[in-house]
Design a protein around this ligand. Structure first.
Ligand SMILES: NC(=O)c1ccc[n+]([C@@H]2O[C@H](COP(=O)([O-])OP(=O)(O)OC[C@H]3O[C@@H](n4cnc5c(N)ncnc54)[C@H](O)[C@@H]3O)[C@@H](O)[C@H]2O)c1
Length: 343
């Protein structure tokens, strides 16, 4: 069995995940769509797809793929996801599912009605330390989760040089979804209330952008536990972490700390001091390993073996609902009740 795959959005993620799909014997990338023809041209020979489109609706209508991987900017996921589900296509979408809770809720209902498979790319669940944390908590080793803390901070070149659309997103939409997904998975509990804070100063003064420099959210869970999430993307350029990532869970009789900022490598050269990245996506000999390939390849297995995806549409909705509530709270100064589950 060979699944026909299309990719929508051939930027950094579209190309990275495409490279992992290329080595999966169960799939063939038949076509890709991007608004920018140069992105399609650049990737065509490497990803070995036959046809290119600027209009993804035309692509899925013509190509009739079995599954689509969507890697458009944060706020541009809803329309292609709905177009794929309406066309009966299994869908793997980048995080966050959407940047609007009600759109995410629509997607959850659509997935339920169609019976199609949808996975959100919260790929950190496939990183061994985070996965081990889940197993240790479920085995009762620290008791019920009472308190959590998560930080994901990036240097300023990420919003100013790497992501062309950062002014329409925020450090939390871009960075904290992974932490919220992990924390709710570990807590095994529903978040119910959020208080958010944010500051817009550096990017506003330097670039005129109306986006937050730094944010913090305190989230309460239904059984009384709580967790703090924070992110900034204005560390000075020489900072060697991308991102500076730390997570903590305190349980009834134990704690777990996960410090990922150095990715286990420290290096210095005449050009500077570095913590080179290798955990999310790294080519070991001829194969890509890490969280990106594990997540997409798991989704392909879900389709072939007719299993529920690890990160469901509901899980994607939950992180979006928390992020949406933190942003509304930061914007208004009010404590915000997290929306009720859509199903
Ligand atoms: N899961 C992860 O670990 C992870 C890591 C980084 C980024 N992301 C997410 O992946 C998504 C993409 O990020 P990126 O860094 O690859 O961005 P990018 O800007 O490099 O790529 C986005 C691409 O989408 C294209 N595009 C935009 N609108 C389109 C449309 N309507 N039809 C077709 N193509 C369209 C753009 O031309 C661009 O090539 C974001 O949501 C981001 O948050 C996830």
């Amino acid at each position: 069995m060979e699944l026909k795959i299309n990719i929508i959005g051939l930027g950094i993620m579209g190309k990275s995940v495409g490279r992992a799909l290329l080595r999966n014997p169960l799939v063939k990338i038949t076509a890709c769509a991007d608004l920018k023809s140069e992105n399609l041209e650049e990737a065509k020979s490497e990803l070995k797809f036959a046809r290119s489109y600027n209009d993804y609706e035309k692509m899925i209508d013509t190509e009739k793929p079995d599954a689509v991987y969507i890697a458009t900017p944060d706020w541009a996921h809803y329309k292609p996801v709905m177009a794929c589900l309406d066309a009966g296509i299994h869908t793997h979408v980048e995080k966050p599912l959407t940047t609007d809770e009600s759109e995410a809720a629509d997607i959850v209902r659509k997935v339920k009605d169609t019976g199609l498979k949808l996975q959100v790319s919260y790929n950190h669940r496939w990183l061994a330390p985070y996965n081990a944390t889940y197993n240790m908590i479920r085995a009762g080793q620290i008791g019920d989760c009472l308190m959590g803390y998560a930080r994901k901070n990036n240097p300023i070149q990420v919003p100013t040089k790497m992501i062309p659309w950062s002014k329409n997103s925020s450090p939390m939409w871009f960075l904290s979804g992974h932490d919220i997904d992990l924390m709710t998975w570990w807590f095994d509990d529903d978040p119910v209330e959020a208080k958010g804070y944010g500051v817009k100063r550096v990017l506003k003064e330097k670039y005129g952008w109306d986006t937050y420099d730094a944010m913090q959210g305190l989230v309460k869970f239904s059984k009384g536990g709580f967790a703090t999430f924070e992110s900034t993307w204005i560390y000075p350029e020489p900072h060697p972490a991308m991102p500076d990532s730390f997570m903590e869970v305190v349980g009834e009789h134990g704690h777990i700390h996960l410090d990922r900022k150095t990715e286990a490598i420290e290096m210095s050269t005449p050009e500077g001091f570095k913590w080179p990245r290798s955990l999310l996506n790294y080519k070991v000999f001829d194969r890509w390993v890490g969280a990106f390939p594990s997540c997409i390849n798991s989704f392909i297995d879900d389709i072939v073996e007719d299993r529920e995806p690890v990160v469901s549409a509901y899980d994607g909705w939950r992180s979006t609902a928390v992020l949406d509530a933190i942003h509304r709270s930061a914007d208004t100064g009010e404590t915000v009740r997290i929306s009720e589950p859509p199903i």
